[in-house]
Unconditional design. Structure first.
Length: 426
């Protein structure tokens, strides 16, 4: 009941948060009623990581300065996807801990941020709890907890962490986490409202890019491709090197019937940032458009990443294994991941891998469980429809039609499969 009351009252909290943010810092004017799309970055933003490293050089014995290097490096790595920056974060945080082995709040928060970035969510939760125990009225640890608990599938605890975060620091970053919490509970319209308000309140270019990109993701999931494209372009205007915004533009181009543009964008993106999610999209679009030989390049890159992968499972890499590699290996990896974190995305991934090895009854149980939190992504809904079809269930057609009605361009490759199953394809 407490979670439902919190979710129902979020927009009131959001409005108050934006009101506080609109007051701005001293000397920063507010822009009431200003259209979101007109907000631009007039000057290049300061490099938080460079500033932090400079401060650590000036104060080499300051544990807080070194913890700030670690936190800034994690934030940078989330944008650049450069593993070297995570290694730098680990070194800086370890040095901070050496300088102050106990009661080091900043190091605990940084360690939690690093663990989240590495998908080590149980460790991130523990670091967050350690930080909260030191300073229950400081906000940063609750952001760590909100992300970790969401990924672990502990949704009520994640909601409580977001509520506490908004109580302590009702800023743009908190609103982004609130939007994710609402989306997890199926409250998509309210998630959009929270992100719109976060964008209005955002200060640095990175914050604006993140808000705009998340708005693009929500629009894309609902098949609103024109709005999604505008949001992704806005994100890139704020931060031109944002790989996920570039990925969003490629997907919207494909969904709107511009596969050549989409393939060009994906080729440029994977050349500099060969992440499994980007490679898989590129491979499947090449296959869907008849470029089977060319698809061999991203598929080979995915196979190499699968062989070299250690630690927590990348869910996109697992989907590659299920659809284009070794489905049994996908089942093994995702079963292990399911033991570590009982979240809806892991359940949905394991369900699809089980379907690919022919275990459709167990697959359906997991697919239904994955949909229960309320925020079922369109790909997960498609997978559930295919599993229902494999079992000969009458609801399969309705599920697949609902997927295509919600987002007919969710994947050129898989949308064609859905149409064939419905008897609408060739």
């Amino acid at each position: 009941m407490a979670a439902r009351q919190w979710l129902g009252g979020l927009l009131v909290v959001v409005a108050c948060a934006v009101g506080l943010a609109a007051q701005g810092e001293p000397g920063r004017p507010a822009h009431p009623g200003r259209p979101v799309a007109t907000v631009v970055q007039a000057v290049p933003p300061p490099d938080r990581l460079a500033i932090a490293r400079g401060a650590a050089r000036q104060r080499p014995d300051d544990p807080v300065a070194w913890a700030e290097v670690g936190r800034a490096a994690v934030e940078s790595a989330r944008i650049t996807l450069d593993p070297a920056e995570l290694a730098l974060a680990e070194q800086a945080l370890a040095h901070s801990s050496t300088l102050r082995p106990v009661a080091n709040y900043e190091e605990a928060v940084g360690a939690g941020m690093l663990a989240n970035a590495r998908h080590e969510y149980a460790a991130a939760r523990d670091h967050g709890l350690r930080a909260v125990a030191m300073a229950p009225d400081r906000a940063a640890a609750y952001a760590v907890l909100a992300e970790a608990r969401t990924e672990l599938g502990d949704y009520p605890a994640a909601t409580e962490a977001v509520r506490r975060l908004l109580d302590l620091a009702p800023n743009a970053a908190a609103l982004v986490l609130a939007a994710r919490d609402l989306e997890t509970h199926g409250r998509r319209a309210e998630a959009v409202s929270a992100l719109e308000r976060a964008l209005e309140a955002a200060g640095p270019a990175g914050e604006r890019a993140n808000c705009a990109r998340r708005l693009g993701d929500l629009a894309w999931e609902d098949g609103e491709f024109t709005r999604a494209e505008a949001s992704y372009r806005q994100a890139l205007a704020a931060r031109p090197d944002d790989p996920y915004a570039a990925f969003g533009l490629a997907r919207t181009a494909a969904a709107q019937g511009r596969p050549d543009e989409a393939l060009r964008r994906l080729a440029e993106l994977t050349a500099r940032t060969p992440q499994p999610e980007f490679l898989l999209e590129q491979a499947e679009l090449l296959l869907a458009t008849g470029h089977r030989t060319e698809a061999g390049t991203p598929l080979a890159a995915l196979a190499a990443e699968a062989r070299l992968s250690v630690g927590p499972v990348d869910l996109h890499l697992a989907r590659y294994l299920a659809d284009h590699g070794d489905p049994a290996e996908a089942v093994r990896l995702l079963t292990e991941e399911w033991e570590r974190r009982r979240s809806a995305p892991v359940a949905a991934g394991l369900a699809w891998a089980l379907h690919r090895v022919g275990d459709d009854r167990q697959a359906l149980q997991l697919a239904v469980a994955a949909a229960e939190p309320g925020g079922e992504p369109v790909m997960a809904a498609y997978h559930r429809g295919v599993i229902e079809h494999a079992l000969g269930l009458p609801e399969a057609a309705a599920t697949l039609r609902a997927v295509l009605g919600r987002d007919a361009g969710f994947s050129v490759f898989h949308a064609d499969v859905a149409r064939r199953l419905l008897g609408e394809g060739e």
